[in-house]
Design a protein around this ligand. Structure first.
Ligand SMILES: *Cc1c(COP(=O)(O)O)cnc(C)c1O
Length: 362
């Protein structure tokens, strides 16, 4: 009874969990995970407090409309609460967009490489995935526009792009967007949007009501350190938001995620603290990696792609044996690159130290 095309699909390869590495390699000392772009500071203390306070209420269903949280987000972005769709991670909002817009046999466009989940949800829906290679580690907007046809329903742009950390300028996005037809939706996935320092980067929200419409995705998984709770959101035209809110599970965002996200937003000192740690870590790693004779690419996210100039797999494995988990990028078409999540200052220093050992020994 299973749909034949589903049997061909492969599961998502997550970053290696710390305990798995410990078991596999028998490592006893500390393990540093710089592989999944998680927040090294941990959640806001206010979020933890809110979670403790909500524990006595776990026998109740969550607020299906997440009234308070959507109001707080709407206020922050200067939109209406009705234009906010919450999901069990922004991943769920990606899934909902595919369900709402793409029929079997229709198409989505994404970069190659790009975030794997766009492809997974589209494939699960029986859609055709059109992949456009990056151009100099950036979205190739011109080629993406050329790939549009009458079957295209969604175009996904991770912004900053994962794994390169590159962004698009307001001018280039605007000129590109103007040339697109009106039978599709552009999804700008800003999972790392809070880390963008480039003032010229596109502000996707200003295209919410444009033709074609643009959806902005954001998450509490990265800058707000709540990856384990699963909560993210999309901001979009009311028309589209109404559809997504109708087809989603009513209780898709759990009680703890709702209160933690709200408390994190209200903790005004938290985000600037995270940004400072990440921005300083970025600048430290950029120059330390260059000092090792490597080629890191400047990033607008909380990770860095670095070209080792040799196959990265053995270096990745040697780092694992020294208790450091990063991502090797051959599956993403960068066989000589590692993607390193920016950690705490001491984690960044440990990475550089171990990397120096490994490079010296090879
Ligand atoms: C990490 C990441 C997300 C986050 O997904 P959640 O479901 O919100 O945890 C989304 N998009 C990209 C490109 C990411 O790298």
């Amino acid at each position: 009874m299973i749909k034949p095309y589903l049997k061909e699909l492969k599961p998502y390869p997550p970053g290696k969990p710390i305990e798995e590495l410990r078991r596999e390699l028998g490592i006893e000392g500390p393990i540093i995970k710089l592989a999944s772009n998680e927040n090294p500071l941990g959640p806001s203390p206010k979020a933890l407090e809110a979670i403790s306070g909500a524990l006595t209420n776990l026998h109740r269903y969550p607020d299906a409309s997440a009234f308070e949280l959507r109001r707080a987000l709407a206020e922050r972005y200067g939109v209406e609460p009705e234009e906010v769709v919450l999901g069990n991670g922004s991943n769920e909002v990606i899934d909902l967009l595919v369900k709402a817009c793409v029929r079997e046999g229709e198409e989505i466009i994404m970069s190659e490489p790009s975030f794997l989940m766009y492809e997974k949800f589209a494939e699960a829906a029986g859609a055709r995935v059109v992949k456009v290679p990056l151009r100099e580690r950036r979205h190739d907007l011109a080629s993406m526009a050329e790939a549009v046809n009458e079957k295209t329903r969604l175009i996904f742009l991770d912004h900053p792009h994962n794994p390169t950390g590159s962004v698009l300028s307001q001018e280039e996005f605007s000129a590109w967007h103007r040339g697109l037809p009106d039978h599709l939706v552009v999804v700008v996935d800003e999972a790392y949007g809070e880390f963008i320092r480039d003032e010229g980067a596109v502000k996707a929200l200003s295209f919410k009501e444009a033709t074609p419409p643009v959806v902005l995705l954001r998450t509490f998984s990265k800058a707000y350190g709540l990856a384990g709770l699963r909560i993210g959101y999309g901001i979009m035209s009311r028309l589209l938001a109404d559809v997504l809110n109708t087809i989603r599970q009513p209780f898709n965002v759990n009680v703890l995620a709702q209160v933690a996200a709200l408390a994190s937003l209200k903790d005004e000192g938290y985000l600037p603290r995270v940004q400072e740690i990440i921005w300083q870590g970025h600048d430290f790693l950029l120059s330390a990696l260059r000092d090792l004779g490597l080629k890191p690419f400047p990033s607008q996210a909380n990770f860095l792609l670095v070209d080792l100039g040799r196959p990265a797999r053995p270096i990745y494995e040697a780092l694992l044996r020294r208790g450091i988990i990063v991502r090797s990028m051959e599956a993403y078409g960068f066989p000589t690159c590692l993607r390193i999540t920016i950690g705490l200052p001491e984690e960044n220093r440990a990475l550089i130290e171990k990397l120096r050992e490994v490079l010296d020994a090879s």
